[in-house]
Write a protein that binds this ligand. Structure first.
Ligand SMILES: [Zn+2]
Length: 171
């Protein structure tokens, strides 16, 4: 894990967020990752988060399929998000998808969630600047998960004020 990740997730939890992981794991279909090995990775992730910051993930969803399988769950398809809505009662109007890949941003657009692109993985900061011209645009670009969470919390705070104001205006 990147340094500071568990603390950031703990902060989001304290603010009332639920944390759901959605991850493409085509290594299973490609035969270089077993389901047991992936389970072990997820167990270790949960253990690290719990031990270092007392954080519990609410769910982990993964797509084990190959890109050519045409499944509904491989991001940017929406299958894993639909499951989160069904099984965890996720409200997409109040959800944020934080990801390091353009697939994540495209998925957020498809399901009507806000999106934050973190430039710690496959998309480099200088590429992120070109996004407007070339593809799905995130609501925010952040250089770290900490920066993503700070923006998320201020955005969520602003939204809940707007909701309250609407209720006052149209009771
Ligand atoms: Zn799948």
């Amino acid at each position: 894990m990147f340094p500071g990740v568990s603390e950031v997730l703990a902060k989001l939890k304290r603010a009332g967020a639920r944390l759901i992981v959605v991850t493409n794991q085509s290594g299973i279909a490609r035969g270089f990752l077993s389901r047991e090995a992936l389970d072990a990775v997820h167990m270790k992730l949960k253990r690290l988060l719990l031990d270092s910051a007392g954080v519990t993930l609410d769910a982990i969803y993964f797509c084990p399929h190959h890109p050519d399988d045409g499944c509904e769950c491989r991001k940017p398809n929406r299958g894993m998000i639909d499951r989160a809505v069904r099984e965890c009662g996720v409200n997409l109007d109040r959800s944020y998808l934080i990801g390091d890949h353009l697939r994540d941003i495209e998925l957020a657009k498809r399901v009507g969630a806000r999106s934050i692109l973190v430039t710690t993985g496959v998309v480099l900061p200088r590429d992120a600047e070109q996004l407007n011209a070339s593809g799905p645009t995130p609501d925010r670009i952040a250089s770290s998960l900490a920066e993503a969470a700070d923006w998320l919390l201020s955005d969520a705070g602003r939204l809940s004020v707007q909701v309250r104001e609407r209720h006052v205006a149209y009771p």
